[in-house]
Design a protein around this ligand. Structure first.
Ligand code: P6P
Length: 337
């Protein structure tokens, strides 16, 4: 039986929101269209002159890869053309992109995105991803403002990610569960492949860049040692799996169970991942799938946001694993973040 396409699913679920007039549905479809275009380029990156670096660096001080720029341009173009957003925030842009056009004059939403997360992996053919977060605008009219993005993660209307891997998947939530769609290249449609995704309460995978071990908070060091101990009853030692693409690590852990940790380090004293367009959307998704997402002590979705590219430590994944890691952090209160 042919599974439902993303478009059919979105329309069907629109009735979950009695006052919805279709704007969010169209916005999600616009994101799906851009994802298909980016996937096409990611799939042939090795063949066309799109690999390599542009020679620029972004606000994060990271070298910008050509596919980063391509993905950013595609999502911005699709969002502008769709007319449903009044502003866009992107990892690739220092400032927000206000959208001021006839078609967008009644836009109700803003979108924050990381257009190509894990881009350092592009040239070595490792999975990369796009992360997006959707809020209702708080400004009254006209092009969106910075203030439209200064909302807690609990205010998100929808969030999702696309993973460009062995297959291309789009996973999203509107606050009523998490659903995963796999791109069927033969028809060019995302088809429902993972309905009502739930992450196991417990897993045996931990994902962290252990190269930073010496600079981790004491509680993280102790948790890593806990994961490595031999104990049949608790199925330890756990397996260490770290790809360097957060979307890929967190997607795997969502399905099989596990924890992903990017704590504070000396190089990233506030953590490395960005609250607005990485941690909040991923936290929304994982919580909707029954998992947890914290800073090591506080719930990610309840953090106040003051800056567009604000960073935070992230402990995300299976609820019982996040709880355990937080216990280790709490026991070293000096490390509490
Ligand atoms: P490191 C990619 O830049 C990213 O934001 C995440 O997707 C990934 O998990 C992490 O940073 C990798 O960072 O310092 O371990 O190379």
């Amino acid at each position: 039986m042919k599974s439902k396409t993303l478009g059919q699913f979105i329309i069907e679920k629109q009735s979950d929101f009695p006052y919805a007039k279709g704007e969010l549905s169209r916005l999600l479809r616009d994101i799906g269209i851009a994802a298909k275009i980016v996937n096409r380029e990611v799939n042939k990156a090795g063949l066309v002159e799109i690999l390599g670096e542009t020679g620029e660096t972004n606000i994060q001080g990271e070298k910008v890869k050509k596919l980063d720029v391509f993905a950013n341009d595609q999502f911005i173009a699709a969002l502008k053309a769709g007319g449903e957003v009044c502003a866009i925030a992107s990892e690739e842009n220092d400032e927000i992109i206000p959208v001021e056009s006839e078609i967008s004059k009644n836009a109700k939403y803003v979108v924050a995105m990381d257009p190509l997360d894990g881009s350092s992996n592009i040239d070595v053919n490792v999975s990369v991803g796009t992360i997006f977060s959707i809020y209702r605008r708080t400004s009254l009219s006209g092009p969106g403002t910075n203030e439209d993005f200064m909302q807690r993660g609990t205010e998100q209307v929808a969030a999702g990610y696309i993973i460009y891997g062995s297959s291309c998947m789009l996973v999203y939530t509107t606050g009523k569960g998490v659903n995963g769609f796999t791109l069927d290249p033969s028809i060019g449609e995302f088809c429902l492949s993972h309905p009502n995704m739930q992450t196991p309460k417990m897993g045996n995978v931990y994902s962290i860049n252990e190269g930073n071990y010496l600079h981790f908070p004491e509680g993280v060091k102790k948790y890593i040692k806990y994961c490595q101990e031999e104990d049949l009853v608790t199925n330890r030692p756990f397996s260490s799996r770290y790809i360097g693409s957060g979307v890929a690590d967190i997607h795997r852990n969502l399905i099989v169970g596990g924890i992903y940790i990017y704590p504070t380090t000396t190089k990233s004293p506030k953590g490395k991942l960005r609250l607005l367009y990485e941690c909040n959307p991923l936290a929304f998704i994982i919580e909707q799938a029954g998992g947890k997402a914290t800073t090591g002590s506080k719930r990610i979705l309840e953090l106040d946001i003051k800056e567009l590219h604000q960073r935070t430590p992230l402990f995300v994944g299976s609820a019982e694993m996040v709880d355990m890691a937080m216990e280790f952090m709490a026991k070293n209160t000096a490390e509490k973040v």
